[in-house]
Write a protein that binds this ligand. Structure first.
Ligand code: NDP
Length: 450
């Protein structure tokens, strides 16, 4: 793999991270991506080096790994592994989602937690960074099995949480249903109705309107800003959104509301191509109500095609929104998108584009919005949920969406201005990494050696 050359000091730090965290390639990739941007920062702030801020930021404050035993519907005992990585609390309580997916391991949780530090800083809200999850596969599990798993998971995790300590939310495989079971168990064990301990709650019991939509909507607000900065709009643009989960569905909804045409989405089995535009009501029925596979879509929608194992990035589009999982868009996929006339790529998922893909977009002049800026709408709205919980208030949809749009605009502006100041106009990766890092670093210096 071709890599950018790092400043010598940063190279030593990176080598150390690799040595001390073996067999965690996604974590190395996430660290490398941030270090690649930090050359100008260490030159500008010699005190950061003196305080060893970069070395400290790469080391989680706390990592918890635990056994999650539970019983399936046949009475058989199952054992999974749970994780919570409390990465950095310089700006506020640890904040970041829980992922339930068979691919979850410590390296994945660390990459996500590391990204979360800078993302949360960019939102301007008082939240630190963390992430967690389990190698549990919810696919095909009954409601009772999901509940028993969540209860067992929380029976260990609760002792590490608290509204001023660590506040998880959802991620892949964890939606409102799972947050409900987790919150119920937390309440039962602690005997406290501590709404602010989890976000992504149902709106009947302490959740915020717009939280469900926030990550997808936020990513679209971000790409709309990126296009505006180039003097063009979203209306009439052909878009492709990978995934068909929470982020993908609400990215599609907002794209459609803004007049774009979404022609493809996917799941881990394949791609749906619907040249007339995805039927969102049908997609929601399949994924949110029936909890079925995406392949069912074509049975109910004449004119659409399902390509098992297909590559969504070969569908021509002007705007691409990778919203499924890490490293789902390779350098070759990026070249295909560029050749098909793609104007903008915005990461709804965390690190969906490989380093090679990001380089290909930059080389071709495609506007590229990295996840730590573009998908920050979810965590920002989680922070708004915490605000509502703290004041025992609940806001209207319009007010909350307005706050979300303003936050995304502000993140976009911060990234753009920071990149400009560094002499890299239009490079949102540099802008996001440097602006996020500087904010956390200043707080770490101010709080002393802790
Ligand atoms: P969901 O579980 O709701 O949906 C995930 C979607 O991605 C599903 O369609 C799933 O398909 C697909 N997918 C997952 N893993 C793979 C894989 N290995 N290969 C192919 N497809 C896969 O998750 P979210 O929508 O919540 O999260 C999607 C991404 O967005 C993740 O990277 C997450 O970290 C990120 N994110 C989410 C936020 C949120 O608020 N939810 C906030 C910020 C980032 P299948 O059902 O077949 O597995």
């Amino acid at each position: 793999m071709l890599r950018a050359v790092l400043d010598e000091k940063l190279e030593t730090i990176f080598d150390d991270v690799v040595r001390r965290n073996p067999a965690e390639p996604e974590f190395h990739q996430a660290v490398r991506e941030v270090l690649d941007s930090l050359g100008p920062v260490i030159a500008k702030h010699p005190d950061f080096a003196r305080h060893k801020i970069i070395q400290r930021i790469c080391e989680p404050e706390r990592q918890v790994i635990f056994r999650v035993p539970w019983q399936d519907d046949r009475g058989e005992v199952q054992i999974n592994r749970g994780f919570r990585v409390e990465f950095n609390s310089a700006l506020g309580p640890y904040k970041g989602g829980l992922r339930f997916h068979p691919s979850v391991n410590l390296g994945i949780v660390k990459f996500l937690g590391f990204e979360q530090i800078f993302k949360n800083a960019l939102t301007g809200m008082p939240i630190g960074g963390g992430k967690g999850g389990a190698d549990f596969d919810p696919k095909g599990r009954s409601d009772g099995e999901i509940m028993r798993f969540c209860q067992s998971f929380m029976t260990e995790l609760y002792r590490h949480l608290g509204e001023y300590t660590d506040v998880p939310a959802g991620d892949i495989g964890v939606g409102t249903r799972e947050i409900g079971y987790l919150f119920g168990q937390y309440k039962r064990i602690t005997n406290r109705y501590e709404s602010g301990v989890l976000t992504g709650k149902g709106t009947d019991w302490g959740g915020s309107l717009v939280r469900t939509e926030a990550t997808g909507y936020g990513a679209v607000f971000f790409v709309a800003e990126m296009l505006k900065a180039r003097g063009v709009g979203l209306e009439g643009r052909r878009c492709v959104v990978s995934g068909s989960g929470n982020v993908a569905i609400y990215a599609i909804e907002k794209l459609q509301q803004l007049g774009a045409i979404v022609v493809a989405c996917s799941d881990s089995d394949g791609v749906v191509h619907d040249p007339l535009g995805i039927d969102l009501d049908l997609l929601k029925q399949i994924k949110e109500v029936d909890r079925a596979r995406l392949s069912v879509y074509v049975e109910r929608r004449p004119g659409a095609q399902h390509r098992p194992g297909g590559n969504i990035w070969s569908v021509p589009c002007e705007v691409a929104v990778p919203s499924a999982t890490q490293n789902e868009l390779s350098g070759r996929d990026a070249e295909t998108l560029v050749a098909n006339g793609c104007l903008a790529v915005v990461e709804g998922a965390n690190m969906p584009c490989t380093a090679e893909a990001v380089r290909a977009f930059h080389t071709a002049g495609v506007a590229f919005g990295p996840g730590k800026a573009a998908n920050a709408g979810g965590v920002a709205t989680s922070a708004l949920e915490m605000q509502q919980n703290a004041s025992r208030d609940s806001w209207t949809f319009e007010h909350t969406e307005h706050r979300l749009a303003a936050i995304m605009e502000s993140i976009h502006r911060t990234c753009l201005e920071t990149a400009e100041e560094l002499g890299m106009p239009g490079n949102y990766v540099i802008g996001a990494n440097v602006a996020g890092f500087e904010k956390v670093a200043r707080a770490m210096v101010a709080l002393g050696l802790v």
